[in-house]
Design a protein around this ligand. Structure first.
Ligand code: AMP
Length: 466
C-alpha cells in the first residue's frame, strides 16, 4: 500500500510513525516531510498548498490514500479536488472544514443546534461589536473569525481591552481577511481538554482526551504559542456537585459525554447542512461547572497532541484502516450500520478507543531561539542516542549542506516519553529534552503539571494556578 502524507511537522512525523508501525510494508511518501519522516519514507519537496502538484504526485505514484495533516490545504479545497479526481483522501471538504476555518460559521451552528458553547455574537461593525462586549461584561473574549495561526483569540480582562481588540481586528486589519468578522464571546472558566473523533460523517470513534500547554513558559506564563507540550491521560471528571475532580475512570466518561453532547449533534448538523464531515474532528472543550462546552473545533489532528497520543493509542481496527475507509468514502469499519432513517445515534454508532493500559505519555516541545516571534533557524542540533519508550518527533528541522541536522522552524522537536504515570513520563521526557543540544533551545519543564497536582492533592481540587 502506498500512502501520501501532506505536511512536514511534528504531527505528521507522529502519524507517519504510527501508520508505518501498524503496516511495516507501507510505502510512505510525504510532501514536504522533514528529516524525521525521511527515516520512514520518501520526502518530496512540494508545498502543502500546491494542490496541482500534490494531485499530480498522487496520480503519478498511484497512491492508495492521501492523509492531510494541516488545515491550510483543507481550506484550499484539496479534498474536493482529490475526490473529483477519484483519489482517496482523508480529510474534510472545504465546506465541512469551515467548522474550523470560520469561527462565525461554527458558532452559528452550535447556537442554532443548542450544542453547549459560550454565548456569543458575530459582528462586522465596530460599534455593534463594542456594544456586545458591554452586554457580556468583562472578562470577555474577542476572536477574529478566520484562520489566524492560533493568534486570532484575545481574552480581554476589561471592556477597554475588548474595544482595543475590536478596533485592531475590524479596522486595523491585524489579521487581514481573517478579521472581516469578529466574535464577541462570553468568558468561560474551567479546564480545557482536547478530544479527537475519526469520522465518516455519520459514525465516529472518539480517541482518548488530552491537555495541551499553550503558554511559552513554565507555570503557564509568557506569550501564547502553537503549543509547548501535551499529555494523557487526563483523569478528570465531575462530582455530584458539578465540581471537577480527579477521577481515574474519567477519560472514558468524558469521551462518552463528548460523543453524546458534542460530536453526535455537530456531525448530524453538518450532514443536514450538506457539509458531511469526513476525517478528524477535534473539539477543544472547556470543562465548566455546567459541563463540557465547545471552545473551538479544528478540522484536523492537533499539534502537539498527536505527538503525545500516537505512541500510546491502542485502536482496533487500526488507524490506517479507519483512515482508508474514510478516505474511500466507505463507512467506518467495526461500527454498527446506521438505522433505517440514517440517524446517528449518540452511542450506537460511536466508539471510544483507549490508550494502552497503564500508559501515560508526556510530550515536551523544544522550540527555537526567539520563538514564538521570529524564530532563529540554522542552529545545529545534537540528539542523544535513541531510547526505548522515548520518541523524538521532528517538527522544524532540516539538513544543511553538510548533512547536519539544524533548526528550521519555531517548534523544532517534540520529545514524547511513555511511562506508567504522567509524573514518570514527565521526568523521562524532560531528562531527554535537557540532553538535546542546540543554541537558544526553549522548553517547559512542567508539561502535565495539572495531572501531577491532581494525583498528589487530596481530591485533586487544588490543581489550579489560574
Ligand atoms: P481558540 O483558538 O478558539 O481555541 O482559542 C484559543 C484559546 O483562547 C483557547 O484555547 C482558550 O484558552 C481561550 N478561549 C477561547 N475562547 C474562550 C472563552 N469563551 N472563554 C475562555 N477562554 C477562551
Amino acid at each position: 500500500m502506498r500512502l501520501l502524507l501532506i505536511g512536514g511537522g511534528g504531527r505528521e512525523h507522529a502519524l507517519a510513525w504510527k501508520l508505518t508501525r501498524e503496516e511495516p510494508d507501507l510505502e510512505l511518501i510525504a510532501a514536504p516531510g522533514n528529516p524525521g519522516i525521511a527515516e520512514l519514507g520518501e520526502c518530496v519537496p512540494l508545498n502543502v498548498l500546491d494542490v496541482d502538484g500534490l494531485e499530480g504526485l498522487a496520480r503519478e505514484r498511484r497512491v492508495d490514500l492521501t492523509v492531510v495533516g494541516p488545515e491550510a490545504p483543507l481550506e484550499a479545497g484539496i479534498v474536493d479536488r482529490f475526490r473529483a479526481a477519484g483519489l482517496p483522501i482523508f480529510g474534510p471538504t472545504k465546506a465541512a472544514a469551515q467548522i474550523e476555518t470560520s469561527k462565525a460559521f461554527a458558532k452559528q451552528l452550535l447556537l442554532d443546534e443548542g450544542i453547549p458553547t459560550a454565548r456569543a455574537e458575530i459582528h462586522t461593525r465596530v460599534a455593534a461589536a463594542k456594544a456586545a462586549a458591554r452586554r457580556f461584561g468583562a472578562p470577555v473574549v474577542v476572536k477574529a473569525s478566520g484562520l489566524a495561526a492560533g493568534k486570532g483569540v484575545i481574552v480581554c480582562k476589561t471592556v477597554g481591552d475588548a474595544d482595543t481588540a475590536i478596533d485592531e481586528i475590524l479596522e486595523g486589519n491585524r489579521f487581514g481577511p481573517a478579521g472581516a468578522e469578529v466574535l464577541v464571546e462570553e468568558f468561560m472558566a474551567g479546564e480545557e481538554v482536547s478530544v479527537f473523533a475519526i469520522t465518516d460523517g455519520r459514525h465516529f470513534v472518539v480517541l482518548p482526551s488530552l491537555q495541551d500547554h499553550k503558554r511559552l513558559l513554565a507555570n503557564d506564563l509568557g506569550p501564547n504559542t502553537g503549543g509547548m507540550g501535551a499529555y494523557l491521560p487526563v483523569q478528570l471528571g465531575y462530582d455530584a456537585d458539578h465540581a471537577l475532580r480527579s477521577d481515574p475512570d474519567s477519560a472514558d466518561r468524558l469521551a462518552l459525554q463528548a460523543a453524546r453532547d458534542i460530536f453526535a449533534p455537530t456531525l448530524r448538523a453538518l450532514h443536514a447542512r450538506g457539509r458531511n464531515f469526513t476525517g478528524l474532528l477535534y473539539a477543544g472543550l472547556m470543562l465548566t461547572r455546567d459541563g463540557p462546552k465547545v471552545v473551538e473545533f479544528n478540522c484536523r489532528f492537533g499539534d502537539p497532541e498527536t505527538q503525545a497520543l500516537m505512541p500510546v493509542l491502542d485502536i482496533a481496527p487500526r488507524l490506517l484502516d479507519l483512515m482508508l475507509a474514510v478516505g474511500r468514502g466507505d463507512p467506518l469499519p467495526g461500527l454498527p450500520v446506521p438505522d433505517a432513517a440514517g440517524a446517528i445515534s449518540p452511542h450506537g454508532s460511536s466508539r471510544i478507543s483507549t490508550a494502552e493500559a497503564d500508559a501515560a505519555c508526556v510530550t515536551t516541545v523544544l522550540a527555537a531561539a526567539n520563538y514564538p516571534d521570529t524564530p532563529r533557524t540554522g542552529d545545529v542540533i545534537t540528539l542523544p542516542p535513541a531510547e526505548d519508550g522515548l520518541y523524538v518527533f521532528h517538527a522544524g528541522t532540516a539538513r544543511d549542506a553538510e548533512g547536519r541536522l539544524v533548526t528550521a522552524g519555531g517548534r523544532v522537536l517534540a520529545v514524547s516519553a511513555v511511562a506508567p504515570s504522567v509524573e514518570l513520563a514527565q521526568a523521562r521526557s524532560l531528562e531527554y529534552a535537557e540532553r538535546v543540544r542546540f543554541d537558544g533551545k526553549q522548553y517547559r519543564s512542567d508539561i502535565g503539571w495539572r495531572e501531577i497536582a491532581r494525583q498528589s492533592g487530596p481530591t485533586g481540587a487544588g490543581a489550579s494556578r489560574d
